[in-house]
Design a protein around this ligand. Structure first.
Ligand SMILES: Cc1cc2nc3c(=O)[nH]c(=O)nc-3n(C[C@H](O)[C@H](O)[C@H](O)COP(=O)(O)O)c2cc1C
Ligand code: SF4
Length: 460
């Protein structure tokens, strides 16, 4: 069952109109702002950016927020290793995303809307720009201006509080408060203030500008739900996770792929079906949903892809970008490359996050090289207990969850390194920050391994 990903990329707006393009925006106008939000709530759509937050509730919260201005931001930054689904959606059908943004902007009464993505996504930028020009000419763009904002390569670009900073022309450093409390171009200080009220010592009324941030796939679902109704959407998936999910699979599989499957499909069916199964002569050991969630060991590959099943198994569905490893991979190496990625990408505003993830990475490096000791295990354990202290964003939690889960799940691999003084499964692994995924081939960003903790790059 698939509707978000067409068999062939859409060539023109006419192709989108033939699929019902424009019907969603028309339905939203007919239903009115509250009716549109009610429809979203009834559909049970949950955010596809990683957290699975109920979309209708998010829209209602922002629409009810105080202040004179509200904004919509489409998060198309897609920086999570192992994901390519937002880029596939933007390439294959940019129209549904733009219509979703227009409907969201209408529903929450936005002044302006933004689509934030990496400047390096040139194909996607071209597709979106053309779609917006064509939709404007056909009167299908809605009444709220939509602006594309190209941003830097950093993983934090996709963190919603950092994305707002970038849209305001600053670096991707997460601000303190969430977008619904401290939105775009907000003039209010971030602590000790009441939204909308003037503060002593400040001139003029403060504005909190509640801002809605939704992932590109989340917003791509919106026109379909408005056009076909929440009951139609609920015919797919489970009561708690309705609809489909656009999953990415890379790593030790025969065919790296982006595939749309019904929510509730077993992970093993995705891996053995669209992703073509394991490589010849190999068996799978583990999978990760991005670098944000605890490891899924092979014994749990039959679990259904829903938010509730993944949570019940002690992990998370995340953005459904699966990184798969087989029996030739060293899990200490995997822990090291994930931790190194997070340590480099950490912005350093919260010292335990930057220092802790770097210390954990160094300990893992020594263990992987065979020079580690029990002290390294103890130091890693100690940092895992405090790396999230005072964290402004979820990156520090990712470090804690992913590394501690590998330690818990594969203790024998750590022991092997400590006892033998060498890595029993030496193999070069690259953190799968995808730059291209087509025809069963994935290409990863090799420059990531040269990126330094201050976000500069060592010479090649
Ligand atoms: C370090 C970090 C990176 C993130 N990167 C992305 C991203 O690239 N795209 C995205 O949609 N969400 C990303 N998120 C999640 C967003 O902060 C936010 O939760 C999401 O855009 C909300 O949209 P949704 O409700 O539609 O899922 C990231 C979060 C963190 C902590
Ligand atoms: S938790 Fe880490 S990445 Fe997030 S704001 Fe703090 S230092 Fe930066």
């Amino acid at each position: 069952m698939s509707f978000l990903l067409p068999d062939q990329p859409l060539d023109s707006l006419d192709d989108w109109v033939a699929l019902g393009g424009g019907d969603g925006l028309e339905a939203a106008r007919r239903l009115g702002r509250d009716g549109t939000i009610d429809e979203l709530r009834a559909s049970g759509l949950r955010g596809r950016g990683g957290g699975g937050f109920p979309t209708g509730a998010k829209w209602a919260g922002v629409a009810a927020g105080r202040g004179t201005h509200r904004y919509v931001v489409c998060n198309a930054a897609e920086g999570e290793p192992g994901t390519f689904k937002d880029r596939r959606l933007m390439r294959d059908n940019p129209y549904q995303l733009v219509e979703g943004v227009a409907i969201a902007a209408f529903a929450i009464g936005a002044t302006e809307a933004f689509i934030g993505l990496k400047a390096s996504f040139t194909k996607e930028i071209d597709r979106l720009q053309q779609a917006m020009v064509d939709m404007a000419a056909a009167g299908l763009l809605g009444d709220v201006p939509i602006r594309l904002v190209p941003g830097p390569e950093e993983y934090l670009l996709g963190e919603e509080k950092a994305l707002l900073e970038v849209i305001e022309g600053k670096d991707p450093l997460p601000r303190l408060l969430p977008p619904y409390l401290h939105g775009l171009f907000s003039t209010a200080p971030q602590m000790g203030w009441i939204p909308g009220a003037a503060q002593a010592g400040h001139r003029g009324a403060h504005e909190s500008n509640p801002t809605l941030v939704n992932n590109a796939e989340t917003l791509s679902n919106v026109p379909w739900i408005l056009a076909r109704g929440p009951e139609w959407f609920r015919t797919m998936g489970t009561p708690s996770s309705p609809g489909t999910v656009v999953a990415t699979v890379v790593g030790d599989v025969a065919r790296p792929v982006v595939a749309e499957v019904e929510m509730g499909t077993r992970l093993s069916a995705l891996l053995n079906g669209p992703a073509g199964g394991p490589l010849p002569g190999r068996s799978w050991k583990a999978a990760f949903s991005g670098v944000a969630n605890p490891v899924i060991d092979q014994s749990r590959f039959d679990m259904p892809m829903t938010y509730e099943d993944f949570t019940a198994c002690g992990t998370g569905l995340g953005a459904a970008g699966f990184i798969v490893y087989d029996d030739s991979a060293c899990m200490v190496n995997v822990a090291r490359i994930f931790s190194q990625f997070l340590a480099v990408e950490s912005c350093g505003q919260c010292p335990p996050c930057k220092l802790g993830s770097a210390e954990i990475t160094e300990g893992l490096e020594r263990i992987e090289a065979g020079t580690g000791t029990d002290d390294d295990i103890a130091t890693i354990g100690s940092w895992l207990g405090k790396v999230t202290d005072g964290a402004r964003c979820y990156l520090a939690t990712e470090e804690r969850d992913v590394v501690s889960s590998i330690l818990r799940c594969f203790p024998e691999e750590f022991a092997e390194h400590l006892e033998s003084g060498r890595c029993p499964r030496p193999r070069d692994l690259l953190v799968p920050k995808i730059v291209e995924l087509d025809d069963g081939r994935a290409t990863f960003d090799e420059s990531q391994s040269r990126k330094r903790p201050d976000w500069t790059y060592a010479p090649a």
